[in-house]
Design a binder for this molecule. Sequence first.
Ligand SMILES: Cc1ncc(COP(=O)(O)O)c(C=O)c1O
Length: 442
Amino acid sequence: MTTDRTTDTSSLDAHWMPFTANRQFKQAPRMLARAEGMHYWTPEGRQVLDGVAGLWCVNAGHARPRIVQAIAQQAATLDYAPPFQMGHPQAFELAEELVKLTPPGLDRVFFTNSGSESVETALKMALAYHRVRGEGSRTRLIGRERGYHGVNFGGISVGGIVGNRKLFGTLLAGVDHLRHTHDPARNAFSFGQPAHGAELADDLERLCALHDPSTIAAVIVEPVAGSTGVLLPPVGYLQRLREICDRHGILLIFDEVITGFGRTGQPFAAQTFGVTPDLMTVAKGLSNGCVPMGAVLAKREIHDAFMHGPEQLIEFPHGYTYSAHPLACAAALATLQTYEEENLLTRASELHDYFGQALHSLRDLPLVVDVRHIGLVGGIELTPIPDAPAKRAFNVFLDCWEQGVLIRTTGDTIALSPPLIIEKSHIDRIVDTLAGALRRAA
Ligand SMILES: Cc1ncc(COP(=O)(O)O)c(C=O)c1O
């Protein structure tokens, strides 16, 4: 007998859901049963417009036939291949295809299965790189307040979202944080990149003076901070961070798990903002969310620094059972072909103005205190309900869900990151629905 889990809520007990208010959810579950293109469908057959590409990952839209077929065919041909001391052709092909899209110099690829694993991998690479070059004193890692780098211990240590850190003890030792760049007093309602705040990058000089640069291995930032509520880098900020890192021999890591694969208007935010990091973490859009996959892109010098010593020895003792999984490689190869064929990785730059104007049309509605956007990522910050942080935005989320539009909230900011196949009519529908929900929430 099959259970109807939308009505029989006791059948939901066993699954402890991630980043979810479990008790609240299980009283009134929001289930998804099917997806195609720009839409989801609930088990009852209600259509829901996807304003967030699933979770910032389904950049080419849902259930694209080429990707679906590639996964099915791969499963039937080579279901699994051990990635340690063995290889399979698709992994090498995918790495080669990927480096055609990345900024020059970032041409060595290490595969993982998620954004969190990419972050851990990049942090370990940075520490080990300095050590193999004889600069083992560089053990310190610098993150940024409000940063999100996944949920593993390295990621929450360099991350700066208190709710994700406070339950988990002392985290990694030797980590410090830059100040965040959110400055609504000077930058509220900027159209695109905010003008003020490049000088906040000088915070890195302060940390260099405090700790001495010879102890610092790497700085990790999201070029656009996503999970904390879509914070854009002020004009000149990332350039300044790059200069300070260069001056002091510190590696710069861009966490492009959200910004990668076309979100900001170029394949990577590094290209949108004209700053090349030393290491870049990706995931999500790499495989269009169909099969879990992540990667770290490394500068060739970093890779080459490891390629010394006896050839029979493993140079970098790190990797996962499912690194470069054949199904993930097949999905990612088909995803990259889809992006190329449909010019999706630059589509967000074409829609930047339209999307921005649509979002900014909400600025005079009640509760809206800021609108932020670049390419096809947007944030609408709301006044919180006194003593109930995050509840206001969540109420708006529930209202939009009832109206058939999926948005996302982080704190009291509404975050939008639709699939890159979005049409202007979909943007209008998302924004009209939001406007109605904001009026009702006031
Ligand atoms: C910038 C950034 N880094 C890392 C992660 C973690 O990725 P995952 O959830 O795939 O582990 C995320 C997830 O949203 C992210 O936004």
